[in-house]
Write a protein that binds this ligand. Sequence first.
Ligand code: SF4
Length: 83
Amino acid sequence: MQERAWMASARCRSFPPIFFFPQDGAGVTVAMRACTSCPVKEECLEHALAKGIDHGVWGGASERQRRRIRVARESTRAQVIAL
Ligand code: SF4
């Protein structure tokens, strides 16, 4: 439960959940904009990355952006291990 304490400060608490699961690029842009001023943006993004959440906008990042972050982190981790 403590792990999700940040959700109490989420800006999107006043939005319908469907808002952050848009069906097109325009909807993604609008949702990402709503995340811009969220006080728990970083926590939200890390939660989505840690849980492997593929759908929706989390932490101001689209599905594609989170995939890129995951790939970049895995690549960095592999390079560190190879050293
Ligand atoms: S960053 Fe966006 S999706 Fe995450 S809690 Fe804040 S408003 Fe909601």
